[in-house]
Design a protein around this ligand. Structure first.
Ligand SMILES: NC(=O)c1ccc[n+]([C@@H]2O[C@H](COP(=O)([O-])OP(=O)(O)OC[C@H]3O[C@@H](n4cnc5c(N)ncnc54)[C@H](O)[C@@H]3O)[C@@H](O)[C@H]2O)c1
Length: 446
């Protein structure tokens, strides 16, 4: 039975645990896996891909006690210069991340490059002995998944994928509520991520000095098709499939990570998607509206992204169960349970008067009249994370704990592939114009 006091108390307790561990992040290391940091040494971090998310992630990572930034790699000189402005002129900076991987003073790397560099940078880093925080989506194309998983296994490195909500106390609460039967048996999950702005639709600013001199264009392209320099492609890469993975790789992947974490599911078996380029027709080759349906063994999932939703940015989840609904919105989770009716309803009135009388007599034996009459009251319970709560902080906190302890992380390479692999089924379904099948156990297209 849900009880407001225990619900809030539990929330406060979870938040307190998180806050306490923030103050005491240094936990004992396991002796079984080499090499790990002494609890008293700082973890020396390097950033690969110092753009919007890379700089934001680094700010958060450095709030975790015992973490020091020593080096940064990026392909745009202006961002390397700004990193020195932010973190000191003695910071080592380079256009070539291999120089960072060669450094003995780097323990872990934070990779926040465009998607088409994720696999190569992560595999190179693990082979160089570095632990890796890899931004989502873990993969750009399917073969990336097994390569990253194999590299993490063979090198015995910690790899955590950057869908930060997996470390959120709100998601932990939702997981706990679902497992406790708060909404009965789950039958459907719907989630969405809508936007209505130019920045939301990835039209990020291109700096005035963007040119082949200030931007290392060949290095940015990597294995992508060789095309001549374009400031838009460099700074707004999400708009092209050669570097990004559409709204599925950018946003569905968060919704999959959340769904898998909260339900414990490994992934869908079937997917079908549709969409269109409805507004941001600016040369991009990916959709700005995407709708997709997925079959899981025990429930169905529907996902939506709309970059022209006519309102404000919003995202959320609705978990539908046999006994209620659980909604995640912002940093809150709300369970609403509406009792089923105890009135026979209007269809009885089509029977003969005698049958109506008999029917209602029988019905009342099962459901006696309750006073006051009318629908039974809803049971609504709401959990809210404390003001200012940051799941990104907790995600980095978990990562650095694992770097020290060598204990596995929840959002490892397998988790990351199951989320990103599921998300990319949407693109495949759109391209093929058909249903696509996936084996979530083996993580292979069926
Ligand atoms: N977890 C989240 O909520 C979240 C939010 C935003 C972005 N992201 C992810 O972070 C990643 C980066 O996104 P962004 O918005 O910061 O992009 P961005 O374009 O702002 O930054 C990417 C940076 O990578 C650099 N780069 C490109 N190729 C490189 C290479 N070979 N070596 C080193 N640097 C290279 C670019 O010069 C650029 O500065 C993406 O994978 C994105 O999906 C995650």
């Amino acid at each position: 039975m849900l009880n407001r006091r225990t619900f809030v108390q539990s929330a406060v307790k979870t938040a307190t645990i998180a806050a306490t561990t923030r103050l005491n992040p240094l936990i004992a290391q396991s002796s079984s896996q080499p090499p790990s940091k002494s609890p008293n040494e700082a973890i020396q971090l390097a950033l690969i891909g110092a753009g919007i998310q890379g700089q934001g992630d680094t700010r958060t990572a450095l709030q975790v006690p015992g973490v020091k930034l020593v080096a940064v790699a990026d392909c745009y000189d202006g961002r390397l210069a700004h990193c020195k402005e932010l973190w000191g002129s003695d910071l080592f900076t380079t256009r070539d991340y291999r120089e960072i991987l060669a450094r003995k003073d780097v323990d872990a790397v934070l990779i926040a490059t465009p998607d088409h560099w994720h696999k190569q940078a992560a595999v190179d880093a693990m082979k160089a002995g570095k632990d890796v925080y890899l931004e989502k989506p873990m993969i750009h194309v399917y073969p990336d998944g097994p390569e990253i998983i194999d590299a993490a296994r063979s090198t015995n490195r910690i790899l955590q994928v950057g869908s930060q909500r997996v470390s959120s106390i709100v998601y932990a609460k939702a997981k706990e509520l679902l497992a406790s039967g708060a909404i009965g048996k789950l039958n459907m999950v719907s989630a969405y991520w809508d936007r209505n702005s130019s920045l939301g639709a990835w039209n990020y600013s291109v700096p005035l000095d963007a040119s082949p001199e200030t931007c290392d264009w060949p290095r940015f392209l990597g294995t992508a098709p060789k095309v001549s320099f374009s400031g838009e492609r460099f700074f707004q890469w999400r708009k092209w499939k050669d570097y990004g993975s559409g709204v599925a790789g950018d946003l569905f992947v968060h919704l999959f990570s959340g769904t898998h974490f909260i339900t414990g599911a490994k992934g869908p078996t079937r997917a079908m998607a549709t969409g269109g380029l409805r507004f941001w027709n600016d040369g991009r080759d990916v959709y700005d509206v995407l709708l997709a349906l997925f079959d899981y063994p025990d429930f169905n999932l529907s996902l939506r992204v709309n970059f022209v939703n006519g309102g404000a940015e919003s995202e959320g989840f609705l978990f539908t169960g046999s006994e209620g609904l659980m909604e995640i919105a912002g940093n809150t989770v709300t369970v609403t349970r509406t009792p089923r009716e105890t009135e026979p309803g209007y269809t009885v009135s089509t029977f003969t008067n005698d049958m109506q009388r008999q029917y209602i007599e029988q019905y009342r034996k099962k459901y006696p009249i309750v006073h006051p009459s009318g629908p039974l009251p809803q049971n609504v319970e709401k959990f809210a994370a404390p003001p200012g709560y940051s799941d990104s902080y907790d995600h980095f906190h978990n990562f650095f704990n694992a770097v020290r302890s060598r204990q596995p992380v929840v959002e490892d390479a397998t988790f990351g592939f199951r989320a990103a692999g599921a998300a990319l089924l949407s693109n495949l379904s759109v391209d093929r114009g058909s249903v696509v099948r996936w084996n979530p156990e083996t993580m292979k297209l069926a």
